[in-house]
Design a protein around this ligand. Structure first.
Ligand code: ADP
Length: 604
């Protein structure tokens, strides 16, 4: 049987107290018994001395009588006492134990001295004759025949009393120990049975502590205090369950709200430790949640603008705003709004982050674009202005040159017009205005009409324009006008950037169905794509320029482009159009050897 520790302690305490009580009882009992036995022995000895004194008094010659030694011996043996007769001068005339042996004068013994004085005397001391602790009772013998009186003394060994007391003590101790053991045993059985529910409570409490709310003591039906406690325990458990469920619900709701937010949210405790950070905040700062939560913010984010803003908010108890660049790669521009979280002495704060990188990039692009546009438009305008001025100040009368000047004005006006048209088209594509009319477009047809349209132009520049069509004709799901614009831009470029004697080939093809993962990679679909390629044997484009030629106003050779009447927007328009139609544009080129532009579009 396993005793609860409380029961063990109680039993040990009980046993100590029990033994202490038994000890006190034994001591008191021994003391009383000893006193009573001594009183009894004393009166027995007194009676004996009275008897002997009377006998001696009646004898002839008193203490000198010769029959006394025998008498003393007989009385001594029968009464188990030592009897001694002492003369007034202390000489021992008879002794029931020592007999004739000379045991020296006894006049100075305390009991004899006392008897001399009072008639009787008692003492308790060690006997050197018998070598043990003795009780002595002496009585003065007063004789009628005027003989000198003497003393009768009886002695009993203390051992008799001591051994009686020892045996009483032994039995009392044995009884006390047996009683103690029996009581302890009964008590332990009883209390172990009675305290058993305690272990049920501690087991149930331990299970509840680790979140197992099914744990129960099953004691609520007991008709005693344990039952009441069990009832209270069940009630407490149910309350706890409800509260935990409510807390969980709240925290799940909060979690759901925070994780569905596009804005990053970081809550910071007054001591600067991060209390909570949502997924968006982790993503923006490129940190995992364990790297942020429960850490000091200044240890993980070393951005002075943000830290200053937090400090300011804590001090002034107002909200503040800041914008900063993250130290991630690539860096992001984040705008932070910091507000006070609670009304404490040094309050916590909540930081709401917005990723404004795209916005800022767009703003920069727009600024650059406006600057580029004005610069690009200024150039032909300046030329027109210069030629017009030259004509005005006199060249109009120069019959040889005035026509050339007018032609230059016309050329630059044309360029200006082309630039404005291209800009408008680009703006339309980008804004999604003038939605495409999607239909099945026969690519062979588009390419054939392009060759028809530009063959004369190619011829004029000493180039051969070839067609390489796939049959049956690849059909694209796209906007016909957009494809025409793209082909036109690519063919014009090919003609512009190919030297005399070169060849420009326009070809169509169907691409093998490409496998692309969709719906997060779970389902795989085949997308048949169709392509138009414009291949030339021209000047080519260096590797490092190849991505840039699709940027607005980017030209490898500015003056050559301008001489050709190029706007610098042709490829930007191609790129935007293909992307808007769900396709892509690819460039392969080697300087001095030629270039190939390929437009891929979704097939019908
Ligand atoms: P542009 O009006 O100047 O031709 P584009 O956007 O059409 O503007 O082209 C951008 C630049 O790309 C051109 O200035 C030219 O340097 C280069 N480029 C375009 N097509 C070709 C080509 N077929 N061969 C070589 N360079 C080309």
């Amino acid at each position: 049987m396993k005793f609860p520790r409380t029961v063990q302690r109680f039993l040990i305490g009980y046993l100590i107290l029990h033994l202490l009580a038994a000890g006190i009882f034994v001591f008191v009992l021994s003391w009383i018994t000893r006193n009573q036995m001594m009183v009894a022995s004393k009166s027995k000895m007194s009676a004996m001395t009275v008897l002997l004194a009377e006998q001696i008094g009646e004898l002839e010659g008193g203490l000198e009588n010769e029959s006394l030694p025998d008498l003393v011996k007989r009385f001594g043996d029968k009464s188990e006492m030592r009897i001694t007769l002492i003369k007034p001068d202390g000489i021992v005339v008879a002794d029931s134990v020592t007999g004739d042996l000379d045991i020296g004068p006894h006049a100075t013994r305390s009991e004899v001295l006392e008897a001399k004085e009072n008639g009787f005397g008692f003492s308790q001391r060690f006997s050197s004759t018998l070598d043990q602790q003795m009780m002595y009772f002496a009585r003065r013998v007063d004789s009628d025949n005027e003989l000198e009186p003497g003393y009768v003394r009886v002695a009993t060994p203390m051992d008799v009393i001591n051994s009686s007391i020892r045996s009483i003590q032994k039995y009392v101790w044995l009884f006390a120990i047996a009683l103690g053991a029996l009581t302890a045993l009964l008590m332990s059985i009883f209390s172990a049975k009675h305290m058993q529910p305690l272990s049920l409570f501690s087991a149930a409490a331990r299970r509840i502590g680790v979140g197992d709310y099914q744990a129960s003591t099953n004691l609520s039906r007991r008709p005693d205090e344990w039952g009441e406690l069990g009832d209270a325990f069940e009630h407490m458990k149910n309350e706890l369950t409800v509260r935990e469920e409510r807390l969980m619900e709240n925290s799940q709701r909060l979690e759901a709200v925070l994780s569905s937010m596009i804005e990053g949210v970081i809550a910071i405790e007054p001591n600067g430790q991060v209390m909570l950070a949502n997924g968006a905040a982790c993503e923006m700062l490129k940190l995992t949640r364990p790297e942020i939560v429960r850490k000091r913010l200044f240890e993980i984010i070393r951005i002075p603008e943000l830290l200053d803003s937090i400090e300011q908010t804590q001090e002034k108890r107002t909200f503040s705003k800041t914008e900063f660049e993250t130290l991630t790669k690539p860096p992001k521009t984040l705008s932070a709004r910091v507000s006070v979280l609670a009304d404490e002495k040094r309050p916590g704060v909540v930081v709401v982050l917005h990723d404004v990188s795209a916005l800022r990039k767009l703003e920069t692009m727009r600024r650059d674009f406006v600057a580029n546009v004005s610069h690009e438009l200024k150039t032909p305008l300046a030329s027109i202005k210069a030629y017009a001025e030259t004509l005005r100040i006199g060249a109009i009368n120069d019959q040889e040159k005035n026509l050339d000047f007018v032609k230059q004005i016309e050329f630059h006006a044309e360029l200006l017009n082309a630039q404005i048209q291209d800009l408008l088209q680009l703006a339309r594509v980008e804004s999604g205005e003038g939605a495409f009319s999607i239909s099945d477009v026969d690519l062979n047809l588009v390419c054939s009409s392009a060759v028809e349209q530009f063959s004369r132009f190619a011829e004029e520049r000493g180039l051969e324009l070839k067609l390489d069509l796939t049959n049956p004709s690849p059909i694209a799901r796209a906007d016909a006008a957009a494809i025409e614009t793209m082909v036109k831009n690519l063919v014009v470029n090919a003609i512009h950037y190919t030297l005399e004697g070169g060849v420009v080939t326009i070809s169509t093809s169907k691409l093998a169905g490409e496998i692309s993962a969709e719906d997060g990679g779970s389902a795989q679909k085949t997308h048949p794509e169709v392509a138009i390629r414009v291949l030339d044997t021209g000047i080519g484009i260096a590797k490092d320029q190849q991505a840039r030629v699709f940027e607005r106003f980017y030209r490898v050779d500015k003056s050559r482009s301008r001489d050709m009447g190029g706007t610098g927007l042709g490829l930007a328009i191609v790129k935007h159009l293909t992307q808007s139609l769900g396709g892509s544009v690819h460039l392969e080129s080697q300087p001095g050897k030629g270039s190939q532009f390929e437009i891929r579009l979704p097939g019908a």
